[in-house]
Design a binder for this molecule. Structure first.
Ligand code: SAH
Length: 361
């Protein structure tokens, strides 16, 4: 049995069932999630006998680090290989006063957003709680053992379609690793049932909803799997979420040059956001090879359009933030994580080039 991914109460129960005290379970939780232990041997405050028994009966099974890509600006991308050979990506973003880890919730993604590298590659499978919690732990290990201060579920996959494994991982991040709940951001394409479920749980993490268009017709073209959900449904679910949790929501808006960045889009978006606690996070699109929109290549917004878009929102009283671009030299941005795209890109370039852009804030 893999003990990675188990909660403290589960570890207590497990240890008790092996004739040990519950306290040993708490010590093991501390070793795995706070002290970064990768093996029972490292758990120096457990007797050698107990460590030997644990090694016989249990595993601490981490994904393998397949490759590391370090950006010149200090961010790192880890390509992790799961036991069944699936590969996922995790990004570690250190700042002077904090460190953020961008985690994946699924191998691949079924949402098929037209501008997203992961979306182009299709869905593989859900990640287990162990595979999710392993990501900040491995990132911390690579960073000399420092536990990240922030987590964003903006890697591969749709976290609200894997809540059964994502929620226990969030609890481990908060309850055991000690990451403040408000510093954990869960980003969703807008799965209404999931947003409603989370609203009932009244957790204090930050919910970010990927809107990308202020009206249905354009949104459905950009996110072809969203046709059963209207923008009005999303705003209704978001407002209910705010009412239930008391937390402001974020609307993410990937800005696609000439597609969703015109003044009429900003005006409509401002109308949706006015007068209730939400804010807009503008994410200038990062180039993804092969991402096209109805036959036309996407492009990043021109500076002037982006400025005008932002000002239109601000002039209507909407709070706006803009994603800072980092690490243009490693393949590590939200929506750019795609081992499939990366592999084909490497093949095309004769195995010598890795060139995706990183813009996580
Ligand atoms: N499935 C979740 C998490 C996905 S990634 C969601 O849809 O929210 C997090 C964010 O990155 C989403 O807002 C996604 O739309 C955005 N994104 C995807 N591709 C991108 C790209 N090429 N450039 C910038 N942002 C992108």
């Amino acid at each position: 049995m893999n003990l990675l991914g188990r909660s403290t109460p589960e570890l207590e129960t497990e240890l008790k069932s092996s004739g040990q005290s519950a306290f040993r379970g708490r010590q093991i939780a501390d070793w795995i999630y706070r002290k970064g232990a990768r093996s029972f041997d490292e758990m120096s405050n457990l007797s050698q006998n107990l460590r030997a028994t644990l090694s016989e009966k249990y595993q601490l099974d981490f994904p393998e680090i397949d490759t590391r890509h370090a950006s010149l600006d200090g961010s790192h991308k880890l390509l992790l290989k799961m036991h069944d050979g699936e590969r996922i990506e995790t990004v570690h973003l250190p700042y002077p006063d904090r460190a953020s880890v961008c985690v994946s919730s699924q191998a691949g993604c079924a949402m098929a957003c037209a501008f997203c590298a992961t979306g182009l590659g299709g869905f593989r499978r859900n990640l287990s709680t162990a595979e999710i919690i392993a990501q900040p732990l491995l990132a911390a290990h690579e960073a000399g053992g420092k536990i990240p201060t922030h987590i964003v579920f903006m890697g591969m996959g749709e976290p609200l379609l894997n809540l059964q494994n994502v929620l226990p991982a969030i609890h481990l991040m908060h309850d055991v690793m000690g990451i403040p709940m408000r510093n954990i951001t869960v980003s969703t394409v807008g799965i209404i049932a999931g947003i409603e479920k989370l609203a009932e749980q009244k957790l204090q993490f930050t919910l970010a909803i990927s809107l990308h268009a202020p009206e249905d017709e354009l949104r459905h073209r950009l996110i072809p799997t969203s046709t059963k959900t209207s923008v009005a449904d999303i705003v209704r679910a978001a407002r209910n979420y705010v009412a239930k949790t008391g937390r402001r929501v974020t609307f993410e808006y990937v800005v696609l040059g000439g597609v969703n960045d015109q003044i009429e889009h900003a005006t409509l978006l401002a109308k949706l956001c006015k007068g209730w606690p939400c804010h807009v996070n503008l994410i200038p699109w990062n180039a993804v090879q092969g991402a096209s929109f109805e036959g036309v290549q996407f492009h990043s917004p021109v500076a002037q359009d982006l400025r005008r878009f932002r000002r239109t929102l601000e002039d209507s009283g909407v709070t706006v933030t803009q994603r800072v671009q980092r690490g243009a030299d490693v393949a590590a941005a939200c929506g750019q994580l795609s081992t499939l795209a990366r592999k084909s890109e490497l093949n095309q370039a004769g195995g010598s080039r890795v060139s995706l852009v990183n813009n996580l804030a």
